[in-house]
Each structure stands twice: as structure tokens, then as C-alpha cells.
Write a protein that binds this ligand. Sequence first.
Ligand SMILES: Cc1cc2nc3c(=O)[nH]c(=O)nc-3n(C[C@H](O)[C@H](O)[C@H](O)COP(=O)(O)OP(=O)(O)OC[C@H]3O[C@@H](n4cnc5c(N)ncnc54)[C@H](O)[C@@H]3O)c2cc1C
Length: 512
Amino acid sequence: MTETTTSTATTTDGETTDVLVVGSGIAGCAAALSAAREGADVLLLTKATKPADASTDWAQGGISTTRNDPESLKEDIIAASDGTADPAAVDTLVNHADDAVEDVLIDTLEIDFDETADGDLDYTREAAHSEFRILHVDAATGTHILRPFLQHVDNHERIEVRQDTAALELITAEGRVHGVVSDEEPTGKPIYAGATVLATGGIGALYSRSTNPDDATGDGIAMAALAGADVTDMEYIQFHPTAYDGEDPFLLSEALRGEGAILRNGDGERFMDDYHSQGDLAPRDVVARAVEAEREATGEVVLDVSPLEFEADYPAIAEKCRDRGIEGDEIPVAPSEHFLCGGIDVDDRGRTSLDRLYAVGECARTGVHGANRLASTSLLEGLVWGLRAGDDATGFDPDIVEAPELLNRDPDLPARFAAEKFTRLQQTMDEYLGLERDPDEIARASAVLRRLKGEVDAYIRTRTARELYELRNASVTALLIARAAGENTESIGCHYVAADAGESMAEPPADD
Ligand SMILES: Cc1cc2nc3c(=O)[nH]c(=O)nc-3n(C[C@H](O)[C@H](O)[C@H](O)COP(=O)(O)OP(=O)(O)OC[C@H]3O[C@@H](n4cnc5c(N)ncnc54)[C@H](O)[C@@H]3O)c2cc1C
């Protein structure tokens, strides 16, 4: 990112800006762009130090459009959610999808989506889509969208992008949000804003195995919840069935199975037809549980890519395989945390339950996904809601109110403290709040997580460090997941309550 003219004003105690956006994925970039188009000065804070520190950059398969048939996409989204998606939210998505893609991705950013031999856009189809409607750029669509998008907002005269800067706390007074306290020097400096847009992404770091970047610690969700915002549907967490099962895991896109790749167990046998009528293209949660069951029964599961022109058609994924020394056509896979369907409750313009606080992208719960998400709809959701929220967030003056004071009496944070506690948090989430849940285990997880949060809170009273806040945010988010999962005894979408799972499970990880 380049240096840009500062569009923010500095006060004695901090800075002010019209619109503050936190997060530089597709949702944050879209919010910043639309607020700036409305004439607002925008400050975009991101803890990322490079574009790749965002799930958007890692997205592979593509971004859905409706191809002028919103009703058909709506039907597929609602079916994939087991009928739980909010029809009004889905209408907002499908009715604005094609305009948003055309305006921002095609006309403004001029993204070269893959084309057919005739020079038409090459729409593909993924699991549970009834039509060919997904735009893509080989199997690295996210990189091809985010890098030009970041460059565009960074070059915009009304937007300042400040990287390697984390929002730590929201500034609130009487139910209204007035900005954030960030970790830039001097630590705890307030940034006041007319409106604040959280676009902080997902929660992958709460699990030991995730397809997300390591900094996906649920910051926006935790900060919003601690400030009193409504947070909903936190039990609905998608586990992707096919992440590479080895050091430095990465996602093996559903598009591979869509085009003919086959799951095989440790005995070399196809097995998905035994689990679902749609076989290898069954819904993600069904495939994920089947993969886990076959791994336990036969030792491993591989994705057999021999039916594909793998090297030619999926060069980015093939390169990842080569980098990790994977030889041949069989790639070992395991389920991994992938996407949070719930989050900070928002309306059709990204407004949260707190005045002047917006949330967009994966940290928000719009109602589009309900209990389960249709593939290739989250980039679209981040784009559509980002544009709508950025537009709505303009026109408010920043107020200077008392900001939370952060103390840093002992800056030498024992790095081991944060690392050890994170490991315990991940073990707890893996064991008790993963693919299958059981009410007794959820209760045990809650107890472990509450103790952990207590320890972190005691540390945070006198020390300010990003790792510590990330740990605090992860433990708050984990507790929200445990609470939501405990309150929902019904198996639906990606929340699977296994009635007898508890009896065979081990004791919780040691609480030290
Ligand atoms: C491997 C992979 C493949 C995927 N493939 C697809 C696909 O093909 N199609 C599709 O639609 N979806 C896909 N998804 C899902 C989709 O990519 C994400 O849901 C979406 O990109 C989220 O966008 P976002 O803007 O909300 O968050 P992100 O892109 O994750 O960006 C969040 C940003 O917030 C910043 N941040 C976080 N906390 C703070 C803080 N406290 N202070 C400052 N900054 C902060 C982060 O550094 C980051 O820049 C995929 C996801 C993954 C991981």
C-alpha cells in the first residue's frame, strides 16, 4: 500500500474522520469506496500487513451473480440454508448482486474474469447451484479481486488506508459508537468517527485447523458484543470438507469436485454415494462429517484429481501442492473451519443494534446464510452489504467523548502466555464445538472458556498488546459460539447435535 494524503483531522486527544472502516477485505474496501463516493472522508484501518492477510485474498472458486435470474439464486440460497435464510435479506442480495458486480468489479476495477473461447464471460457452477452463474479467475478469484480493489481505495483521494493497525476497543457513549481505540502509537490513541463500519472477517483462528488467515480472531464480533450489540446465529459454522491435511493447510475448492474430482477413503474406495444421493457434491456439512467418519474408519481420505486437467486448469492450487511436496493425483484432505454464517446482527444496510455502528462481510449476520451458506455467496454478500453500509454511514459528524484508557504498565508481554492460552482455546473449540456437538460437552467447553477469559481479562487490565486483545476477542467469540450452540438443541444446517457423542469423548483439555 502506498502513502496517501491524510483525510483525517487530528485533535489534541486523537483523530477524527467521517467514516472509519475496520478491515481491508472485500467488505471493508466496498464500504470505504461507497462512503468516499458519497463525499465522506474515510479512514480504513487494517491489521493486515499485506493483502493476503484477509480471507478475501484466499477465495478460490468465485463470486456468484444472478445472470438476470434473481429468483433462481434466491431459491438455491434458501435451499442450501435448510430453509432458514431470511427471505428479505436474500432479496436484498439477489436484487443488488448484478449491479454491484458490474459497477465495481467489471467497470471500476476492470477485473479480467475468465472467458470462454468465444470471448464471453465463463460462468461456472458449484455444489448446490442450479445454474452456471459464478464468475472466476482461474482458481484464485479472491486475489484477482482484492489486490486491484485495495489499490483503488488506496489511490482514492478521500480514503486513507492505514495498515498494520488494529482496532482494540470501540468508543461508546449512551448506546452510540464514536470510533475506536487502536494500537498505533501512542498506544490507545482514540480515532473518532461519525460512523464506524466493522469489516473484520471471520473466526478461523479459534480452531487449530482452518482455511482462514491466522489473524481471523473474531475481533469485530467481540468488540461489538462487548459494547452491547446483538450477535446472532453463532453456532452456524461451516467446516469445509476438503482442506489439505498436512503442514500449512490450504483449501481445495469445491470447484474441483464440481468438475469431477473424487473423494476416496484409505482403502481407495469412493464413499460419498453411501452418505448422500448427491454423492461427492452433497452439501458441505454432509461431506465434512462423511470425510471425518471415513478418516476415523480407514485412516485417511484423499481427493483424487486424476479426472481433471489439474495442472492446466488449476495452476494456483497445483502450485500449492508442489510447494508442499504432494506428488501424484491424490491429495490428503480433512475438514477445516471455513466460514461463520452468524455474527453481528445487521439490517439491510449493515446497521447494527448500536447507533452509528455498522458491520459488513463475514463478521456480520445479514440473514442471507441462515444455518448454512451456498458456495460463492460470501464475496457477493461482502460486496453488496459493504456498498450499502458505506453509503448509509455518511452524513454524521464525529463527537469527541471519553475514550477507554488502555494501560501499558508492563509492555514485555510474555509471548508464551498468549500462545499457550490460544492453544488451549483451540483445543477446546476443536474438541467440543467442531463438526459434531453434544450439550454436555458444550457446557464443559463454556466452563473452560470462561476461566480462560477471566485469566486474559486480568492480564489486559494493565497490559496493552495486539496478541492479548486478539486472545480476548477470540475467547469472547468462542463463548458466544458456546452459548448459541448450547441454546440450540436442534441439528440444522451446519450445527449438528450428535445425541450420543458425549459419552465417548475424553475429558476437557487441562485448564492450566
Ligand atoms: C480459502 C478460502 C476460500 C474461499 N473461497 C470463496 C469463494 O470462492 N467464494 C466466496 O464467495 N467466498 C469464499 N470464501 C469466503 C470469503 O472469502 C470470505 O467470507 C470473505 O472474503 C470475507 O470478506 P471480509 O471482507 O468480511 O473479511 P476478510 O477478507 O477476512 O478481511 C478482514 C480484514 O479485517 C482485518 N481485521 C481483522 N480484525 C481487525 C482489527 N481488530 N483491526 C483492524 N483490522 C482488522 C483483517 O486483517 C482483514 O484485512 C473463501 C474463504 C477462504 C478462507
